[in-house]
Design a binder for this molecule. Structure first.
Ligand code: ZN
Length: 275
């Protein structure tokens, strides 16, 4: 507003040609346009860059057409929590800066003609943390899934609970798990897709409750971070610890799917469930 820029973030489609991106894994430098065309996967080393809900929706939904639900549900500073700054003020600042209204967006659309509900976390909104709003949006999405018989996928990208909401945040674990069991009773599939990073309360509850628990390659998935674990067990951690490949090998995941094969694979899985 200060600089007179009035285009909202959602309307900013084209990335300027001059922008470059460096791969954090191998150092390969390419233009943002090239990276975008490659679905934000490094063309050289296959590193999956972190992306937000808008990008995932564009990858998954047919013709990038979808309806965003429950945007009117907003976070509140119920506990008057202050850390480095006041929680209410923190929320105001983020809302002013971005069009993302909370740490999860619910999109309803079609994937290869199959109606599909996707809840996708946005890491840029307080680390994709689980607050009351995320819990409530997922709960309401599940109600729609049951009513209209639509399969659900949640794309996890989160550091865990939102500390500013304390117990209210933790309650969402039970609430969402409870709602998911209603979905199970209705015999509607739920897929949990874990991306980099999926940590804390989410990976300890609904992140691992999928009929299918799947992940992107190289994603960090766990409960506590490696430093905390190392200090607790006083042992060095094995190579590749908490990466999706390690978790697959140890039976925590059903399969790993590269971003470029995601849509195809999900369409196959959904039609198998349906039939
Ligand atoms: Zn790379």
């Amino acid at each position: 507003m200060k600089k007179g820029i009035t285009t909202s973030t959602a309307e900013k489609k084209e990335t300027p040609e001059g922008l470059w991106s460096k791969c954090p894994e191998c150092g390969y430098i390419c233009t943002m346009t090239e990276l975008r065309e490659n679905l934000f996967v490094c063309p050289k080393c296959n590193h999956h860059h972190r992306i937000g809900s808008a990008e995932y929706f564009e990858i998954l939904f047919d013709d990038n057409k979808y309806e965003v639900l429950f945007e009117n549900i907003r976070s509140k500073d119920q506990l008057h929590f202050t850390d480095l700054k006041n929680y209410g003020k923190r929320l105001e600042e983020i809302w002013a800066k971005t069009d993302i209204t909370d740490s999860i967006r619910i999109g309803k659309g079609n994937l290869k003609g199959i109606p599909f509900m996707v809840g996708c976390m946005d890491f840029e909104f307080i680390g994709g943390s689980l607050g009351s709003v995320m819990g409530e949006r997922i709960a309401r999405a599940i109600d729609v899934c049951i009513k209209e018989r639509i399969p659900l996928m949640i794309i996890c990208k989160s550091g865990g609970a939102r500390m500013m909401e304390s117990a209210y945040s933790l309650m969402q674990l039970a609430k969402v798990s409870g709602k998911l069991s209603q979905l199970t009773d209705a015999k509607i599939p739920y897929i949990s897709l874990q991306t980099d990073p999926s940590f804390g309360g989410i990976s300890a509850s609904f992140g691992m409750l999928g009929d299918l628990n799947i992940a992107e390659p190289g994603a960090l998935i766990g409960f506590a971070g490696p430093r905390v674990i190392k200090e607790t067990i006083k042992k060095d951690l094995p190579e590749g610890f908490q990466r999706s490949e390690f978790l697959l090998e140890h039976g925590f995941l059903d399969f790993i799917v590269p971003r470029k094969e995601m849509k195809e694979k999900l369409a196959t899985v959904l039609s198998l469930f349906k039939n």
